[in-house]
Ligand binder design. Structure first.
Ligand SMILES: NC(=O)c1ccc[n+]([C@@H]2O[C@H](COP(=O)([O-])OP(=O)(O)OC[C@H]3O[C@@H](n4cnc5c(N)ncnc54)[C@H](OP(=O)(O)O)[C@@H]3O)[C@@H](O)[C@H]2O)c1
Length: 331
């Protein structure tokens, strides 16, 4: 019988997570079954457990916002998917050993793709990719500024921007990350206490960034807004610091900075299936070619999900905490 991690009640404690056996059922018309391989523990999963995320499941529910598996069964009236193909699932409920889903929620991936990397593809690299494309028309050589630059999204921004010929000014809160991020293609890495209003032009060789990506909020969000060129967008996609944005009038009046939010879920709802598949095709090719790589901090079996969530809640991790949902041999 498949195992699933069920959330029984919202609250600060991951002790409300329980591993249960759930009945297996064959795929119906238009459905497929995936034998799940791996899923990460993301900040959004922790927010779901806390009951603070933007969209919450009806409890009890199997949680987990992304993951990958192997297509193991295909129901009637499904085209373009094959048994044995690796695939990602574009819906929640991934912390389980088996998923029965609509074929439209599955994106097949190239054979041989690293399952750990594939499991971390649906949310963070796609967020980075969409934010680099959907807010302004960046030209080769343009600068982007971001905080939480060592997060999974931040690293994807660095690697994808580098591949696109863009340059990145990155803010982190730990000095040991400076060389590491430069090693994956970051152009400039500074600590949170550098005043970007006065320093951005010098750091960026005479120009200012044309896009700011904010995952922290509070004074960090303001610092990267102050780095921007006149008329540029500032995009908030996360709130790790749990502090609200305070926007000085002058940034709106004199510099015409525009403030936006981004939520991948909203993009997926608005995008066509073709657009979604195109985005994941490009990103999966970047994974296969080694351009895009997210570090893994620790891997836990599904039965140790509480330990995994506790580990993922710690500051200063060296990468993602993953749940091994199957027999994940390649990594
Ligand atoms: N809107 C969307 O569609 C969307 C999509 C994906 C992700 N997100 C959001 O993006 C953010 C990053 O997600 P992720 O999965 O990439 O993160 P992650 O890999 O788990 O890394 C978390 C990052 O947040 C930093 N951080 C934690 N607490 C902080 C604080 N108080 N002040 C400043 N930095 C802090 C960490 O720094 P240290 O390493 O120094 O601890 C690390 O860089 C989260 O808020 C997530 O919910 C949003």
């Amino acid at each position: 019988m498949p195992l699933a991690c069920r959330l029984l009640e919202f609250g600060a404690s991951p002790a409300a997570l329980e591993i249960q056996e759930l009945p297996s059922s064959p795929p119906g018309s238009g459905e497929v079954v995936l034998r799940m391989l791996a899923a990460p523990v993301n900040p959004a999963d922790i927010n779901v457990i806390e009951g603070t995320y933007g969209e919450l499941p009806v409890l009890p529910a199997t949680i987990g916002n992304e993951g990958c598996g192997i297509i193991s069964q295909i129901g009637p009236n499904v085209k373009g998917l094959e048994v044995g193909a690796p695939a990602i699932v574009l819906r929640s409920g991934t912390w389980t050993t088996e998923m029965r889903v609509s074929a439209s929620e599955v994106v097949p991936l190239p054979l041989g793709i690293d399952p750990w990397q594939a499991a971390m593809l649906p949310v963070n690299p796609a967020t980075a990719w969409r934010m680099l494309h959907d807010f302004t028309d960046l030209q080769c050589g343009d600068w982007i500024v971001q905080n939480a630059a060592n997060s999974a999204v931040g690293r994807a921004v660095i690697q994808l921007a580098h591949a696109l010929g863009l340059r990145t000014l990155n803010v982190v809160r730990r000095p040991e990350l400076i060389d590491e991020l430069r090693g994956i293609g970051a152009d400039i890495v500074v600590l949170e206490d550098v005043d970007l209003r006065s320093e951005a032009v010098r750091l960026c060789g005479g120009s200012r960034p044309r896009l700011a990506l904010n995952a922290v909020g509070g004074s960090s969000a303001l610092n990267i807004a102050n780095a921007l060129d006149t008329g540029s967008p500032h995009v908030t996609y996360g709130a790790m610091g749990r502090q609200p944005l305070k926007i000085p009038n002058g940034l709106l009046i004199f510099k015409n900075i525009s403030f936006h939010g981004f939520w991948l879920r909203r993009w997926r709802e608005a995008a066509s299936l073709q657009e979604i598949h195109d985005t994941y095709l490009v990103l999966s090719e970047f994974i296969v070619s080694g351009v895009l790589k997210t570090p893994v901090h620790r891997v836990f079996p599904l039965t140790q999900v509480v330990e995994a969530v506790n580990e993922a809640s710690l500051a200063g991790r060296s990468g993602k905490v993953l749940l091994d949902l199957g027999d994940c041999k390649t990594h």
